[in-house]
Design a protein around this ligand. Structure first.
Ligand code: SF4
Ligand code: FES
Length: 202
């Protein structure tokens, strides 16, 4: 019999490639301890493995998470550099800024938050919480701020932050405990200011 196809790389909840639904809950298969995800009841336990439902299935438990990476392209999820020569030490960040940045930098594009979000469905192109978290990360970086407006523009349309329905499922399932609802709340404010300024031609 052909074995079931599934993906894995790191086996330590860092790459996100093994993300699937285990007994109905999205999680990383590599870190789901069997006695917790499928506890014994009357001497037996049931384990139901399903692929994520918000991504195209490639085969069995493997899905195509390309849209996670396309969304990062949309929001310019990087710090641009203007060459590869040594520019010396970058701008300083306070300890508090670094700690907050680290919270968001732990995203592994696993897709769990999109899987759990009711606003991500066949009728919508909502960009989803992960990309919004990365806007928060890069817009708070001293150099990343230079492209803050482009990122705010990217999440200001109909498929952007306005599509969030405040279900707050994303923070419940994120394995890295990224403060996604905080990012969404702060970026609601930032996109509003950005749009008002744009309307006033400022
Ligand atoms: S924000 Fe959390 S749940 Fe969403 S893709 Fe990143 S690590 Fe996964
Ligand atoms: S194999 Fe990388 S997160 Fe599970």
């Amino acid at each position: 019999m052909t074995p079931v196809a599934w993906e894995q790389a790191c086996l330590e909840e860092v790459c996100g490639s093994c993300t699937m639904r285990v007994n109905g809950r999205v999680r990383q298969a590599c870190s789901g301890l069997i006695d917790r995800v499928a506890p014994m009841v009357n001497g037996s336990s049931k384990l139901l493995l399903e692929p994520m439902s918000k991504f195209p299935v490639v085969r069995d438990l493997c899905v195509d998470r390309s849209k996670m990476f396309e969304n990062l392209q949309k929001i310019q999820g990087w710090i641009p550099i203007d060459g590869t020569y040594d520019l010396g030490p970058g701008p300083r960040m306070s300890q508090k800024q670094q700690e907050l940045a680290y919270d968001f930098a732990r995203c592994m594009s696993c897709g769990s938050c999109l899987e759990a979000c009711p606003q991500v469905n066949e009728h919508s192109n909502f960009i989803g919480p992960a990309a919004i978290g990365q806007v928060r990360l890069f817009n708070s970086h001293p150099t990343g701020k230079l492209n803050a407006d482009e990122r705010l523009e990217a999440i200001s349309g109909n498929d952007g932050i306005a599509s969030c329905g405040n279900a707050q499922n994303c923070v419940q399932v994120c394995p890295k405990e990224i403060p996604l609802t905080r990012a969404i709340a702060e970026l609601h404010r930032d996109t509003t200011v950005y749009r008002v300024k744009k309307w006033l031609g400022m």
